[in-house]
Design a protein around this ligand. Structure first.
Ligand code: SAH
Length: 222
């Protein structure tokens, strides 16, 4: 056996453990989602110096002072989004591309927006090399959404925002679901927004800690 396959086996073991102990044990029951979390090699999305921590129960730093979210938070938010195979999903905050990969396995198409070009380029190269094909990439201010392909069945925001940006609600289909961390700079609550006609219903779910969503409809650049 080569060195590489040894590592692959070890990562599969760590991944299975992560799915059982951090995600299933905390109540996530969606089997498609659990399978997706089992499929995506998280070790490919973390900084090379942090590969040993890839399956730890926490967020990790990535380039440009950003973070890859804790596996449980990724699973929790994805479960709240209720992704179905026919869904077109807008994701704000590509970051490492880890959440993008999970969504790409669960939905028809993912439209992902990242503010920092260097992260977007790296994530795109990584995801293309890994064979994820149903993803469209955009560099820009995702607090304004991505109007060109709107409306979306689902919208996932993976950076903390003081309020749900109005343009995102506008770009959601009737009956659509949006999930975002909403609150202060240091702590937020995961909010699930459902749209019915011109009305929205918000449900506050779980405390979390995300880096800031910086843009015209979120936090100003400091
Ligand atoms: N889902 C990512 C989490 C990345 S952290 C992952 O799993 O790795 C949040 C990301 O949102 C950062 O990369 C940050 O640069 C990006 N971001 C912040 N403000 C943004 C904005 N207005 N539009 C798009 N991306 C933004």
């Amino acid at each position: 056996m080569t060195d590489t396959s040894d590592h692959t086996d070890e990562f599969s073991r760590l991944r299975a453990h992560m799915v059982d102990e951090q995600i299933r044990a905390r109540g996530v029951r969606d089997e498609r989602l659990l399978r997706a979390m089992m499929d995506v090699p998280r070790e490919r999305f973390v900084l090379s110096g942090r590969v040993a921590d890839a399956y730890a129960d926490r967020a990790l730093p990535i380039a440009d002072d950003q973070t890859i979210s804790q596996p449980y938070i990724v699973a929790y938010m994805t479960a709240q989004l209720e992704p179905a195979p026919h869904c077109r999903v807008l994701e704000i905050g590509t970051g490492s591309g880890y959440q993008t990969a999970i969504l790409s396995l669960l939905c028809e198409k993912v439209y992902t927006v990242e503010r920092l070009a260097s992260l977007a380029v790296e994530a795109k190269e990584r995801l293309m090399e890994m064979g994820y094909e149903n993803i469209a990439y955009h560099v820009g201010d995702g607090s304004a959404g991505w109007p060109e392909y709107a409306p979306y069945d689902r919208i996932m925001v993976t950076a903390g925002t003081p309020d749900v940006p109005a343009p995102l609600v506008d770009q959601l289909v009737d009956g659509g679901i949006l999930v975002a961390p909403v609150g202060g700079e240091r702590e937020q609550t995961i909010v699930r927004v459902t749209r019915t006609g011109d009305k929205t219903k918000e449900k506050y779910m779980l405390a979390c800690r995300f880096v800031k969503l910086i843009g015209d409809h979120a936090w100003p650049e400091s």
